[in-house]
Ligand binder design. Structure first.
Ligand code: ATP
Length: 274
């Protein structure tokens, strides 16, 4: 059974793309088939995986979403790229900005991405969707598609206000479009352990949200090597395998796998008791 996870935070630069790359490749290294979906018009995920001119790709997520909207046929592997580290990628680029606008006047506008992902997800154990830094139509589509959300939060500021807005949006999507949507947890990123400030943020986040949300035990440290990785077209495991960021992303991947296994067991027991 496949699991679709959306990485969302409407604040920019919180580590969504870096987490999509390193969680995705981490899951693949553990024997899972993984599809990464770049739902961000900036195309950073596509770029980070080595496709440095995402706007020149002949087929991207925007192409497939347009075909979905127009009810035109497409091949199930159309546009999917294969990365050397064992993940597949549905690339994204600037054309998604136009899709974001055209969705407003589209029938079933919140579920266009879901139609596409439903048509390919059975081939994968995990589908990870990297969102734009906004709560616009593309992010709503990504939330409408997902089984769960992971929220990367940069440990540089207190996330209170933005977090409330994001949680309200997730709750609204759950009520109106996607009742099975859950939150896997909040991931603290770019944690500078040399400062008391980072420790304070971790403490406040765990104190204020820890009873409602899982705050992942693993915190991703601030790391120059992690920042440099995005220009290399590879994961942190390939670029700096023994560094602190690679170890942290490995530990985080294990936490995500544990959640998946527990959910799978619960689902199995529910099915048996029916
Ligand atoms: N652990 C880290 N340590 C240092 N720099 C990092 C780390 N993780 C990510 N970065 C850098 O921080 C910047 C923002 O990260 P990233 O692109 O992953 O965030 P994002 O949330 O996807 O951004 P956007 O909202 O623009 O899509 C990038 O330049 C990235 O290389």
């Amino acid at each position: 059974m496949s699991k679709v996870i959306t990485l969302a935070n409407q604040k920019g630069g919180t580590g969504k793309t870096t987490t999509a790359v390193n969680l995705g490749i981490g899951l693949a290294a553990q024997g899972n088939k993984v599809l990464l979906v770049d739902a961000d018009a900036q195309g950073n995920l596509t770029d980070s995986l080595g496709y440095q001119e995402p706007d020149n790709l002949p087929v991207s997520l925007a192409t497939i979403m347009t075909k979905t909207i127009m009810e035109e046929p497409y091949e199930s592997d159309e546009g999917i790229l294969h990365h050397a580290e064992g993940v597949d990628l549905m690339p994204g680029n600037i054309e998604l900005s136009a899709i974001e606008v055209s969705l407003v006047n589209t029938m079933s506008r919140e579920t266009v991405l879901r139609s596409y992902i439903n048509s390919v997800k059975d081939k994968y154990d995990y589908v990870l969707i990297d969102c734009m830094p906004s709560l616009g139509m593309m992010t709503i589509n990504a939330l409408a598609t997902a089984d769960s959300v992971i929220i990367p939060v940069q440990a540089h500021y207190l996330p209170a206000k933005g977090m409330t807005q994001l949680l309200q949006t997730i709750a609204r999507v759950r009520r109106q479009i996607n009742p099975r949507l859950t939150i896997d947890g909040v991931l603290l990123t770019m944690v500078d352990n040399r400062t008391n400030f980072a420790k304070d943020i971790s403490f406040v986040l765990r104190r204020d949200y820890g009873d409602k949300l899982r705050i992942f035990q693993t915190e991703i440290p601030l790391s120059i090597r992690a920042a440099e990785t995005s220009a290399q077209g590879k994961s942190i495991y390939a670029f700096d395998p023994h560094g602190i960021a690679a170890r942290a992303y490995e530990a985080f991947t294990k936490e995500v796998l544990d959640i998946g296994e527990k959910q799978h067991k619960r689902q199995h027991q529910t099915n048996l008791s029916r």
